[in-house]
Structure formats: C-alpha cells, structure tokens
Ligand binder design. Structure first.
Ligand code: SF4
Length: 230
C-alpha cells in the first residue's frame, strides 16, 4: 500500500539520482563555465556585492570604472569617499545602497582582519560565514558566493535560478527556503568545491537560456527529466 512514508523514500532516492544527473546533463550541454571572472579575490568579492539585483554586464562596467580609478583594492576602497564610490559604481544600479554595502564590508575587513584577505582565508569557513552574514547588506547568497568563489570553501550557492529550476523539476516547492534548497545539493553530491563551483554557474546559464520566467523547454538539456511544474 502506498503511504506518505513511501512518498518520502521515493523523493529521497529521486533526489539522490536527479541532483547529480542534472549536473551531468548541464555540463554535457554547456561545458565548463570558468567562474567566477575576476583577477583578484577582492575583485570577486566586489563583484558578488555589485551583482545583487542586476545583470553581470552592468557589474562589469562598474568594475572597469573602479579599476580605472584605482579603487579596486582594499586600501583604495577604504580611502575613497562613499559618495565618490557610489558615482563610480553607478552602472551597477542601486548605487547608493551598494556603495554603503561595500563600505560595510571594508569596515569589517579592516576591523577584523587588518585589511588582509589572506588572514580572512585562514578563518574556518563556518565562522567566516556567520561573520559575513553579520555585515549589513550581505545575505546568504552573497556570503556563500564569497566563500565558494573567493576562498574555495565547500558551500553551495543558491539563487533565484536554482529555486526556479528545481521547483520546476519537481524536487522542491516554489517557496523553498534557502537552507533547505542548499541542503539538497550538499546531501546529494559526493564531491564538493570544484563541482559546486561549476554546478551553480551551469544553473545560471540554464536559467538565462532556457528556464526563464517563461520557460523555453525546446532543446533544454533537462527536458526529458523535468516535471515542468510552473
Ligand atoms: S524543461 Fe523547461 S521547465 Fe524544465 S528546466 Fe528546462 S526550461 Fe525549465
């Protein structure tokens, strides 16, 4: 007889198979994504803060401005005024809010780590995650992006694309909470940092090209395994 216990064990084994399978299919279709673009650790952190609520093209324009004006270093950003910083990052949108967030991060970096990214890298990641979340304007997605893409820590990054794709696949509810969705990956993937890095980037690619608000399922690499729950 089918009961809720069977449903739970079915969905558990379904997740175990599907989470790695999605990765394989995406990698086969799109190939490695070479994330995260950035010449220095600091540049990646700045990019992770600037990319909130905007597309990467706009972030790149802001990064170019910061580089040109020698502000893309911890000391450079500490020295520049918040007002000037907001002007420089204008292309990334929400520039006043983001200038404040960058300054908040700088304050934390100098107060707790003497402005030294190497010192920060030595902190156990579970502690660093809590510290980052304590910085005003850094939420779980930004904190986890910093941990994974800057410090190579085994933390899966969840974003709106991840939520949309995995709810349509039928593995989670549309309103799934961040830690629950994150756990789906950490529980069902055997390898960590390199795969987490690639997997998130591939999901972003899928979300942009196929699993958009109005899905383009034709030629989507997940077409045959997707429940298409819209
Ligand atoms: S098949 Fe359609 S709904 Fe499913 S992941 Fe692909 S684009 Fe999204």
């Amino acid at each position: 007889m089918f009961n809720i216990k069977h449903l739970k064990s079915f969905s558990k084994s379904y997740s175990q198979k599907t989470v790695p399978l999605v990765y394989e299919r995406l990698l086969q279709k799109f190939g490695p994504q070479h994330w995260w673009p950035g010449e220095t650790r600091f540049e990646v952190i700045v990019g992770a803060i600037l990319t909130q609520n905007t597309n990467w093209g706009n972030v790149q324009k802001a990064i170019v401005q910061l580089k040109k004006n020698r502000v893309l270093t911890p000391l450079g950003m500490k020295a520049v005024s918040e007002r000037r910083l907001s002007t420089l990052i204008k292309p990334s949108g929400y520039f006043n809010v983001k200038a404040k967030r960058l300054k908040n991060f700088i304050q934390f970096l100098f107060k707790d780590y003497d402005g030294d990214m190497n010192k920060m890298a030595k902190q156990p990641w579970t502690v660093l995650r809590l510290e980052l979340l304590n910085v005003n304007g850094i939420g779980p997605e930004t904190a986890d992006s910093i941990l994974l893409y800057v410090f190579d820590k085994p933390v899966f990054v969840v974003d709106a694309y991840t939520k949309r794709i995995f709810s349509r696949l039928g593995l989670v509810k549309k309103d799934v909470e961040y830690p629950v969705l994150q756990e789906l990956f950490t529980r069902n993937l055997t390898s960590a940092v390199a795969m987490f890095n690639e997997y998130h980037a591939l999901l972003v690619r899928l979300g942009k090209e196929h699993c958009r608000p109005r899905p383009r399922c034709f030629r989507c690499p997940l077409d045959q395994i997707c429940c298409k729950i819209l």
